[in-house]
Design a protein around this ligand. Structure first.
Ligand SMILES: [Zn+2]
Length: 535
């Protein structure tokens, strides 16, 4: 036994930090970073969250039992009417609502009533006196349990936390829990928590908005301490998680009176009445936020959608947010998410000059919006908005020009983009060179139809802006600079892989956007602790 080197000043109760001889051994043998991160966990930095949690737990324990409605109350809304109402409330509703439904999920934080517990009054194993009766489980132990599970690569959800605490004694002990001893009474606050207690902790942390605030604090800490450096470019994308629910097809009439169909979560009620068709309570979506996500190749996924924003050079995600309605198009999610990240990290506004996205954001009005509202350049992969090659009014010897603006000659060579001749409003291209530096035109069999007179440099062609009307001459996607910038965009895919596969799972085990956002937050907390640890 020894005094903890991390003992906070002014701490009244001398804390005893047990160092088991096993710990030293485990540090050297356990594969992965989780044990070290949990063993050296800087609990002092989480005291204000701990106080908030204990206050929220106090409020939770004070809650009166759910009031029952009088027998003669009736709900005039049928299930089908509820379906239509919920469809029209969605961010992807057939008709826009006023005010428009928010694109990003916005959690409704339950306000704390209890204020008694102060940050200075809590520490690992020191549970506030206010909570009389059974001494509650220690916040720090519970927090470390969820973080540890994610660091081990499992979803930070109560079932998984329970399973690992039960099966891995080193993990339980480093979190501050011990397995049940024969001579102990039935309940002891240091015992491995039950599944029900873990579920309650997760729910209170979600409802009180504490997961979200810890996530923000981890990212801010990494930015302030220099673990993450600001970059002048950000990169964004969305990703899907498979929903733990199923959908039904809702039929509705569009503006022209024509019948349309849309996938929507099945309905449920939160009450415990026996007859839901007769009881007065309102129908709700069973899995609010879930929707149909269309992937490439028309593949459809019933899931939740998250937007990720990160720093491409360091490959670090700054934020992950649930999209209110997973069926929302990616072109609509990026702008509100960039706004959110700038609001949460105002210091980054000076450094960020450009944001990168895939072709979903290749949209002139959206680019203008980024420029006007945020002073940021939006650079998106080129979306040609046409699938057919251009075959009319082409220079001699050119068979076609691809929708991406690449001419292909009769001999099958792709021409290299050279630049623009502004005076005559033309794009300039040249035949490519072989490995030996000579033009492919030398000795080409198509010469008579093409470039009989051309020099050793090979064929040079010009193509009028009018021929390639869909390409913006001020930002042509064929240009080297455009391509060089866009090579940094795929780094967001590695960030997504880290979050989705290395620190969790893409199959959700809970319903609703509140749980989904909490899941993203828990993953981001572990992710940023890991980045700090590896720095
Ligand atoms: Zn009911």
């Amino acid at each position: 036994m020894m005094l903890s080197p991390r003992l906070a000043e002014g701490q009244q109760i001398p804390l005893i930090h047990e160092v088991h001889s096993d710990d030293e051994h485990l540090l050297n043998t356990i594969d992965g970073e989780w044990f070290e991160i949990l063993l050296y966990f800087s609990w002092e930095e989480y005291r204000s969250f701990a106080a908030d949690y204990y206050n929220a737990l106090y409020d939770f324990n004070q809650l009166p039992p759910r009031s029952t409605t009088a027998q003669d109350d009736v709900n005039p809304e049928t299930k089908e009417e509820a379906r239509q109402r919920l469809l029209l409330d969605r961010a992807t509703a057939p008709r826009p609502t006023n005010p428009p439904a928010p694109i990003l999920y916005q959690g409704e934080v339950v306000e704390l009533k209890a204020q008694d517990v102060q940050p200075s009054g809590v520490a690992p194993g020191v549970v506030p006196l206010r909570l009389v009766g059974r001494k509650p489980k220690c916040f720090f132990g519970l927090l470390k349990s969820f973080i540890g599970v994610s660091l081990m690569g499992f979803p930070a959800e109560p079932e998984q936390v329970h399973l690992l605490l039960k099966s891995n004694p080193a993990f339980a002990r480093v979190c501050g829990f011990s397995h049940k001893k024969k001579d102990r009474a039935k309940y002891h606050y240091q015992q491995v928590p039950s599944l029900r207690k873990l579920e309650q902790f997760d729910q209170i942390m979600t409802d009180a908005g504490i997961w979200d605030r810890i996530k923000l604090s981890e990212v801010t800490t990494n930015l302030v301490s220099g673990v993450i450096r600001p970059e002048k470019e950000w990169v964004g994308d969305t990703t899907h998680y498979h929903a733990y629910s199923s959908f039904e097809t809702v039929r509705y009439e569009d503006d022209k009176g024509k019948e349309q169909k849309k996938s929507q979560s099945k309905l449920t009620k939160t009450c415990r009445c026996e007859d839901w068709h007769a009881c007065p309570h309102a129908w709700e979506l069973r899995d609010e936020g879930a929707g149909t996500i269309v992937k490439s190749g028309k593949k459809m996924i019933w899931g939740h959608k998250a937007s990720i924003i990160g720093l491409p050079k360091q490959g670090i995600a700054l934020d992950a947010v649930a999209i209110s309605d997973a069926a929302t198009h990616d072109g609509q999610t990026f702008f509100p998410h960039v706004e959110k990240v700038l609001k949460e990290h105002p210091n980054l506004a000076q450094s960020v000059q450009r944001v990168l996205y895939d072709s979903a954001c290749d949209d002139a009005p959206l680019k203008q919006l980024f420029q006007d509202k945020l002073g940021i350049e939006l650079k998106a992969s080129f979306n040609p908005r046409r699938s057919k090659a251009i075959t009319e009014t082409l220079p001699r010897g050119i068979e076609k020009i691809t929708p991406y603006g690449v001419p292909i000659c009769l001999a099958g060579h792709e021409f290299d983009y050279q630049g623009i001749r502004y005076a005559s409003e033309k794009f300039i291209y040249r035949a490519p060179q072989q490995d030996d530096g000579l033009s492919v035109c030398m000795g080409c069999g198509e010469k008579p139809q093409c470039c009989n007179r051309s020099s050793e440099l090979g064929r040079t062609i010009t193509v009028s802006f009018d021929t390639l009307k869909h390409i913006d001459p001020s930002d042509p996607p064929m240009a080297k600079r455009f391509k060089a910038i866009m090579t940094r965009r795929p780094s967001v895919e590695r960030m997504i892989k880290r979050l989705k596969c290395d620190l969790g799972d893409d199959r959700l085990s809970k319903r609703g956007n509140d749980s989904f956002q909490a899941y993203l937050d828990k993953t981001m907390i572990s992710y940023h602790l890991l980045i700090r640890h590896l720095h």
